[in-house]
Design a protein around this ligand. Structure first.
Ligand SMILES: Nc1ncnc2c1ncn2[C@@H]1O[C@H](COP(=O)(O)OP(=O)(O)OP(=O)(O)O)[C@@H](O)[C@H]1O
Length: 522
């Protein structure tokens, strides 16, 4: 598509490409800007990608370049997951309002997006504007970033016409892009899988389940939405909260933790909301409370399912009004906190039973993350075992033990009711019990598991709390057989006697579970 005085670089020869060109040409013309770059958010997510840019000066001609869905741009780290450096861009996206900066105030990343590095130095003036693109439902779908050579050119831009053009374009772009969503998201997923996010987030695991969780977390890093993390005990909920703080846009702000189950109701209330001197007996000073201490940062509320109803109502008010009133005070204080809450309980069930407020649930679960149990993360037991063994050896200034194949194979048959925390504990105990050779084999793991089983008699039952009744009974039967084989070093007649089974019946059961008594003869 060629217009008078324009050189168009169009790498998308389709209807959407043509439409985008018309729209951006219009926007450029009415803005008086030298440059415009269009970023759109991923259709079902929060990542931004660069879709198109227009430059009135390149080669002294008006150039519109479409870059959307280009593989190298999707892969380009700076334009996607890792856009935490794009503070103003992200802010514009999150808050849905315009921002202006003098070019010299922009971050290096923003400057790099607008110009080649060598060009930065010659620019002494210029205004950068970030304008949210809203669809007909007022949802922010992207951002237009303009560069004006001077403040006066910015002042002269025809905002009204630009807004009209945008409102005409955004829905159309969104629906056209939706059609291409699958291929884009596949690329973004493979991009995310190929980066070093795993070590970045300190969340170890290579299973599909944990990759999906990491991808979800990367979306939660830079948006000001409350996050609810659900998962079994010891599965890493707090680790996720820490990662969101450590790698998200609030990383330089406070991270405040409160466990809602560990203290009585009145103490929890004063801890969270603070109090004024004299508010109750013992209140001998003003206390700002944890919510205000977390201002601009993150408040992590662990075991949120145990929060008493009266406090649920109070917390809801804080989240809705963004204001806190300490006990005994009449003053309301503004607060800006991102709440990450965690629970191992089924909150939906608690809502049905009238024990948890539905309105609070929706406030807390603006961004839900469901953490899979360790037994659902294929291959991760081995990875985590090596990780914990390495850590332990480093802490103790010892050589890292070798985890043999049989050790790992045996370990992976266990169902880890205590999840990653339990695995960590088991590996550390195995390291303590390691023979001089530093070789951890099956004997070590069997011993340690048996010791743990003896220490927690109810453990066998806890260990079976998933699956159908018959599969739980089978798992229990297998555990008992292994424990007796271990105890009697694979002596079949003794095991049969102790379990009051005929030798034939014991043989049949061992075959059923693919167990060989030989392995216990040491
Ligand atoms: N994917 C992981 N990679 C490395 N360490 C992990 C991982 N998941 C959990 N851990 C470790 O396991 C232990 C338990 O994790 P965490 O305390 O986050 O679990 P939780 O779900 O919050 O537990 P609870 O339900 O008891 O509050 C911690 O030492 C944590 O560092």
């Amino acid at each position: 598509m060629q217009k008078q005085g324009q050189s168009i670089v169009n790498n998308q020869h389709d209807e959407l490409g043509e439409f985008t060109q018309c729209w951006l040409s219009g926007v450029l013309k009415h803005s008086g800007a030298q440059k415009v770059i269009c970023f759109l958010s991923q259709v079902s997510g929060t990542q931004l990608f660069k879709m198109a840019e227009g430059d009135t000066q390149r080669n002294d001609q008006r150039t519109i370049k479409l870059t959307y869905l280009e593989h190298n741009h999707v892969k380009n780290k700076r334009l996607n997951t890792d856009y935490r450096e794009f503070n103003t861009l992200t802010l514009c996206m999150a808050e849905g309002r315009n921002f202006n900066l003098h070019f010299s105030q922009c971050s290096e990343e923003i400057k790099d997006l607008l110009f080649e590095q060598s060009e930065h130095y010659s620019l002494t003036d210029g205004e950068v504007e970030f304008m949210p693109l809203k669809n007909s439902q007022q949802r922010v779908s992207g951002v237009l970033m303009f560069y004006y050579p001077s403040f006066s050119s910015y002042k002269q831009s025809d905002r009204q016409t630009i807004h009209t053009l945008n409102s005409l374009a955004v829905d159309r772009l969104a629906s056209a892009l939706k059609k291409q969503q699958k291929s884009l998201e596949a690329k973004l997923t493979s991009y995310a899988n190929n980066t070093d996010i795993p070590s970045d987030l300190n969340i170890i695991g290579n299973s599909q389940a944990i990759k999906t969780v990491r991808l979800t977390i990367s979306k939660a890093l830079h948006i000001n939405r409350n996050v609810l993390v659900t998962g079994e005990t010891g599965s890493g909920k707090e680790l996720i909260a820490k990662a969101i703080h450590q790698f998200g846009n609030r990383r330089n702000e406070p991270y405040v933790v409160q466990n809602c189950a560990s203290i009585p109701e009145h103490l929890l209330e004063s801890e969270l909301f603070g109090y004024q001197k004299g508010a109750f007996t013992g209140a001998d000073r003003d206390y700002i409370g944890l919510i205000r201490s977390a201002d601009k940062g993150i408040l992590f509320l662990d075991e949120i399912g145990d929060m008493p109803s009266s406090l649920q109502a109070k917390l809801l008010r804080v989240l809705e009004e963004k204001k806190v009133r300490p006990l005994g005070s009449t003053t309301l204080y503004d607060v800006d906190v991102k709440v990450i809450s965690a629970t191992h309980q089924a909150l939906i069930k608690k809502i049905e039973q009238g024990e948890f407020r539905q309105d609070l649930y929706f406030r807390l679960a603006q961004f839900p993350i469901a953490l899979p149990a360790l037994r659902e993360r294929e291959g991760d037991v081995a990875l985590l075992s090596h990780f914990f063994a390495n850590n332990y050896a480093q802490e103790q200034h010892q050589a890292t033990p070798e985890l043999t194949k049989e050790f790992i194979e045996y370990l992976t048959t266990y169902s880890f009711p205590g999840n990653v925390r339990e695995l960590k504990n088991i590996i550390e105990r195995c390291c303590m019990e390691a023979p001089e050779s530093k070789k951890l084999d099956k004997i070590v793991i069997i011993q340690v598991l048996n010791e743990l089983m003896m220490m927690t008699p109810q453990r066998q039952n806890e260990n079976q709390q998933t699956g159908s009744l018959s599969s739980q009974i089978e798992q229990f039967e297998k555990t008992v057989l292994m424990a007796y084989l271990e105890k009697h070093q694979g002596h079949l007649q003794t095991v049969a006697n102790r379990l009051e089974l005929s030798k034939g019946s014991l043989d049949y059961r061992l075959r059923k579970f693919n167990l060989s008594a030989k392995e216990w003869r040491y």
